[in-house]
Structures are given as structure tokens and as C-alpha cells.
Design a protein around this ligand. Structure first.
Ligand SMILES: Cc1cc2nc3c(=O)[nH]c(=O)nc-3n(C[C@H](O)[C@H](O)[C@H](O)COP(=O)(O)O)c2cc1C
Length: 106
């Protein structure tokens, strides 16, 4: 298991670290900006993937990362975690659908 997050002010970092630690005390949690993030994702079957909602969607950086690295998600269990200030959009759902393969443009 691996925790991956994008976080501006720390809310998402806190949530992903906490959840990943509760699910697997030995699991690492790293930021999306970590230079080794692609290799780390490839090496783990289960990914806890967190991002903050911005303007009712995942941030561009998250959307681009998923799309540009479309080949690393196949056959993985991915749990999307979205933090937000108030209800808007569909939170974790927007990237869950993309990661399921239905909306990834190749
Ligand atoms: C530029 C920007 C846009 C945001 N847009 C939304 C939004 O559309 N809906 C919402 O509920 N929260 C929105 N928020 C609030 C963040 O999603 C929320 O504070 C989140 O927990 C921040 O996570 P972070 O501390 O990991 O960056 C926005 C925050 C920023 C900075």
C-alpha cells in the first residue's frame, strides 16, 4: 500500500497520512511532487490517492498526472480521497471514474 497526495495547505496530506497509516502501519505516504512517485505507484498494488477539490474538480496537476501516466493504473486498487471546503462537484468521484479507465484518453 502507498499513500499519494497533492496538498496546498496540508488538509489532504493529513487525511491521506492518517488513513494510510490506519490501513497499513508499514505503508509510506508521499507527495505527488516526489520525483520517485511513478516508480512507487508501479511497485504497489493498492494506492490511497488524495487531492483537494478546486473549482468543483480535481486540480489540473492531478488530472494531467493521471492522464499522462495512464499506463501505471491498470489492475490496481485505488482509493480516492478528496478534501474540500464545502459540498461541490462529486469530490472523489471525479477521479475514481477517470482511474477506472472509462475516461482516460490515450
Ligand atoms: C483555488 C481553490 C479552489 C477551491 N475550490 C473549492 C471548491 O470548488 N469546492 C470546495 O468545496 N472547496 C474548494 N476549495 C477548498 C479546498 O478544497 C479545501 O480547503 C481543501 O481541504 C484544501 O486541501 P489542502 O489543504 O490539501 O490544499 C478550494 C480551494 C482553493 C485554494
Amino acid at each position: 500500500m502507498l499513500g499519494v497526495y497533492l496538498s496546498g495547505t496540508g488538509n489532504t496530506k493529513h487525511c491521506v497520512e492518517k488513513l494510510t497509516g490506519l490501513l497499513d502501519a508499514d505503508a509510506k505516504t508521499i507527495p505527488l511532487e516526489n520525483p520517485g512517485v511513478i516508480e512507487q505507484i508501479k511497485n504497489n498494488d493498492t494506492i490511497i490517492f488524495g487531492y483537494p477539490i478546486q473549482f468543483s474538480n480535481a486540480p489540473y496537476m492531478v488530472r494531467d498526472f493521471i492522464k499522462e501516466n495512464y499506463m501505471i493504473w491498470d489492475k490496481k486498487k485505488i482509493l480516492c480521497v478528496a478534501t474540500m471546503g464545502a459540498f461541490s462537484g462529486d469530490g472523489a468521484g471525479c477521479k475514481t471514474e477517470r482511474l477506472s479507465g472509462r475516461r482516460i484518453k490515450r
